[in-house]
Design a protein around this ligand. Structure first.
Ligand SMILES: Nc1ncnc2c1ncn2[C@@H]1O[C@H](COP(=O)(O)OP(=O)(O)OP(=O)(O)O)[C@@H](O)[C@H]1O
Ligand SMILES: [Mg+2]
Length: 253
């Protein structure tokens, strides 16, 4: 049976002797969306990468644990089937020497899907993430795609494995509003119908309002507030949360 929750507890990350992330704890649940917000540089991406033991060189974990259904786990073993990842700047996640199509066929082969079935699934997933003509994309190399296109391809690749949980770091930031709305609909369907547990890292409070159930706010490497989404909008407790929210309202009200 698949796990119902994925938690991180007491996460501390450091580089060159100083702490970048201090004591971060939260729990993702299947069928729920946890929004992770905070100023630029507050530690959202490093926290996300630490969940899968994918920290960049020079950053190390000094304390903390990751658990599935409250049982500590080997984090590298979670990658793929249990936990999918959409990185914020995904170029490094691709092999520059092979086409987008080959990335899909290799990922699907890990799931035992090959031949015509694999090609059909690849095309369906690419359509799901907003590529009207998937055939054209599959022949290209990663260097020939824009940042927003790569991010959508990475989401489609993560979904190939049908993960229980998805960590999505700014998955809609570089996209036009039409594709953005399509991706949010797709993520919502996966959460509601397939019980995906989603960690949604974003600067965009409209995305939070649309999808999140629970919201974690980070500032300077710490969690400063965590509460259900209506509480964040109606009664934000921390001054930094209030500032982030007012900045959003000033732009969009
Ligand atoms: N490879 C690295 N080596 C050293 N410090 C790093 C490294 N990557 C990030 N940092 C530092 O860690 C802190 C948190 O970075 P992180 O990328 O997690 O922020 P973020 O909240 O995702 O920001 P953004 O909203 O801009 O994406 C920042 O101060 C950053 O300078
Ligand atoms: Mg980031």
């Amino acid at each position: 049976m698949s796990a119902r929750s994925l938690s991180v507890g007491g996460l501390h990350l450091a580089a060159e002797g100083h702490l970048l992330v201090q004591g971060v704890s939260f729990t993702l649940r299947r069928g729920r969306v946890l929004g992770l917000v905070g100023t630029s540089g507050s530690g959202k991406s490093l926290t996300t990468l630490a969940l899968l033991d994918l920290l960049p060189p020079g950053v190390r974990q000094v304390a903390g644990m990751v658990a599935l259904d409250n049982a500590p786990v080997e984090r590298a073993a979670l990658r793929g089937r249990t936990v999918g990842l959409v990185q914020q700047a995904p170029r490094g996640g691709f092999n520059p020497l092979v086409t987008i199509g080959r990335h899909f066929l290799e990922t699907l082969a890990c799931e035992g899907v090959r031949g015509a079935a694999a090609r059909d699934r690849m095309q369906d997933l690419l359509r799901d993430v907003g590529f009207g003509e998937p055939g054209a994309i599959t022949r290209l190399y990663p260097s020939q795609l824009s940042g927003g296109m790569l991010q959508r391809v990475m989401l489609a690749l993560a979904l190939c494995r049908d993960p229980d949980f998805l960590l999505a770091d700014e998955p809609t930031t570089d996209l036009d509003l039409i594709v953005q709305a399509q991706l949010l609909d797709l993520l919502e369907r996966l959460v509601v119908r397939r019980g995906l547990g989603l960690l949604l890292v974003t600067h965009d409070f409209s995305v939070i309002a649309r999808l999140a159930d629970q919201v974690v706010v980070m500032d300077a490497g710490r969690v400063i507030e965590q509460q259900p989404v209506h509480g964040i909008f109606e009664d934000p407790a921390h001054p930094r949360t209030q500032a982030l929210l007012s900045a959003h309202l000033a732009l969009y009200a």
